[in-house]
Write a protein that binds this ligand. Structure first.
Ligand code: PLP
Length: 384
């Protein structure tokens, strides 16, 4: 097993018996499969925001660029700086919107930024004019997500205003789907039509961007008509699908697993209870395994719900998840013992707990499950 050097304690302290396992070989394979599924002329942008959805932005980006990605995107200046500091020279796009005091740093870091309002475009125009070299921007069009971007409805006005600004280079024009991974594609089609109209008006205004892009993972899978020049893929690179109904890509493997070693075992008599509030009661002589990972590591604070895989079988979570530990019923797994590896997310034998399974426990989505593991839980890299 290849442990990331940054997780190894300088004192030779043993690794924590609970960890996030990141399979970089699976990540590389996923990028090759995604790349192979795209037409040769379509570029692949890897969305490495939020530490590459929890797996480590620098390492994940290096794998991505080596196996088919052409560009990167992150959300914050800090995330972009971390990639640049690690020596990554690929084009980086900042998603979202900048505030005026961030603009200087966009230029300093040599990254491109989305721009979705005329005030920021004017400020960047000033920066570009002063330094005598255009600032390259991606014009963000709000086609219906209503989060970031210039409103599609007002395209005549802002396209003319943008075209009149010196000191800007139009690296891209992009939109973002509010729904791309469901069977129902009517709103995605509406967004496509709005986007197409904006592109036409922009062209009339003299704005011909280098790259046009509208697709996230769901759009990449299910809306080939919206691929344009680049698709932006985040979630799918981890081998996790944005929905249960979107197209499947054969061979994708999940990259992130959550594992822990059994730290303690309690032998219970009928009537004994488990945990705070005595929320689970043994109905038979029971063996309770304790996994040293809890809500303080990002595991959902469920009670008597969910399971861990131990010995290739499902062991139900009993009692409430605590900050540092959770308890599982090992009664039907008499051979399980202290030190055994348990899987809270991922595969063991023929069983698998998916990000979607954990999302149900968290009353959330798989994106939130992947990004929700705290820094306290060390990352262990396989296949590096
Ligand atoms: C996060 C994000 C993506 C990536 O979405 P996935 O569903 O993870 O592929 C693409 N575009 C924008 C603007 C985003 O914010």
């Amino acid at each position: 097993m290849n442990t990331d050097a940054s997780n190894a304690a300088p004192t030779g302290r043993p690794p924590r018996p609970a960890w996030v396992e990141v399979d970089l070989a699976a990540l590389a394979q996923n990028f090759r499969l995604i790349r192979a599924d795209l037409p040769a002329g379509t570029r692949l942008l890897y969305v490495a925001k939020d530490d590459a959805y929890g797996i480590g932005a620098v390492r994940a980006s290096e794998v991505a660029l080596a196996h088919g990605a052409d560009l990167l995107a992150v959300f914050t200046l800090g995330e972009a700086a971390a990639l640049r500091d690690a020596g990554i020279r690929a084009p980086i796009l900042l998603l979202g919107e900048r505030l005026p005091d961030e603009l200087e740093w966009v230029v300093q870091l040599g990254v491109e930024t989305c721009v979705g309002n005329i005030g920021i475009a004017q400020a960047l125009s000033g920066v570009g004019t002063r330094r005598g070299r255009p600032v390259r921007i991606h014009v963000k069009v709000n086609t219906g997500m209503n989060r970031f971007g210039f409103a599609w409805r007002d395209v005549e006005g802002w396209s003319r205003a943008l075209a009149g600004l010196p000191g800007l280079g139009f690296a891209g024009v992009l939109g973002h789907f509010a729904q791309s991974d469901e069977t129902e594609k009517a709103f995605a089609r509406t967004q496509n039509e709005r986007f197409a109209r904006c592109l036409a008006v922009l062209e009339e205004a003299g704005i011909r961007p280098d790259l046009v892009h509208h697709c996230n993972s769901g759009g990449f899978l299910d809306l080939p008509e919206a691929h344009h020049d680049v698709v932006r893929v985040g979630l799918l690179a981890q081998g996790v699908y944005p929905s249960s109904v979107c197209r499947r890509l054969a061979g994708l493997r999940t990259v992130l697993s959550i594992k822990a070693r059994v730290a303690a075992i309690q032998e219970l008599a009928p009537g004994d209870t488990v945990g705070y509030g005595m929320r689970w009661t043994a109905e038979r002589p029971s063996r309770i395994g304790v996994l040293p990972l809890g809500y303080g590591d990002g595991f959902p604070r469920v009670r008597n719900e969910g399971s861990a895989l131990v010995g290739g079988r499902r062991a139900p979570i009993v009692g409430g998840v605590t900050m540092d530990a959770l308890m599982v019923d090992l009664t039907d797994l008499p051979s399980a013992g202290i030190g055994d590896e348990a899987v809270l997310l991922g595969r063991q034998g023929d069983e698998e707990i998916t990000a979607q399974d954990v999302a149900v426990l968290k009353r959330s989505v798989s994106y939130d499950v992947l990004t929700g593991w705290r820094a306290r839980l060390p990352r262990v890299y396989l296949g590096a």
